[in-house]
Design a protein around this ligand. Structure first.
Ligand code: DQA
Length: 146
């Protein structure tokens, strides 16, 4: 089916050393290796991370223009970035899947994490399952996207 963009927001480049009690001990490279290993034949995993909101938005434009399905962990942008939400809406309004994922379960954490401004424009949301959240999202897209 082609490429799936796996986009990660701020501070996720520190996975492995960042709050391992919350996010586990695996790094972003471990996540890339894991997803590449489980991706069905014909599915390419393009996993990226940025701390820059503008860059994340530009990657969503790339998804729209290239008609590429997206798995998005918006990290802290989840909770307040209307700019990212509007860009995510461009993806789903274009008829492309965008699955919002979280490693932790934001609803079981501080109250500011209970709101996602992204979820209403996402195709679906998977949270709280560690790296498994991404695996399930990739699996869903691989099975449902032409
Ligand atoms: C996160 C949850 C967010 O609240 C947090 O800001 C993150 C990671 C997660 O994957 O659990 O950076 O998106």
């Amino acid at each position: 089916m082609g490429t799936i963009l796996i986009l990660n927001g701020p501070n996720l480049g520190r996975l492995g050393s960042r709050e391992p009690d919350v996010y586990g001990s695996g790094s972003l490279d471990d996540l890339r290796d894991h997803l590449t290993g489980i991706a069905p034949v014909g599915v390419d995993i393009d996993l990226r991370q940025t701390n820059d909101e503008a860059e994340l938005i530009s990657w969503l434009y790339e998804a729209v223009d290239g008609r590429i399905p997206v798995v998005l962990n918006p990290a802290a942008f989840t909770h307040y970035s209307y700019a990212l939400r509007d860009a995510a809406a461009l993806v789903t309004k274009a008829g492309l899947p965008l699955v919002e994922v979280h490693i932790s379960n934001p609803h079981a954490r501080e109250s500011f994490r209970h709101t996602s401004v992204i979820s209403a424009v996402a195709t679906g949301v998977i949270a709280g399952l560690g790296f498994e959240s991404y695996r399930l999202a990739v699996d869903h897209i691989a099975r449902t996207s032409g």
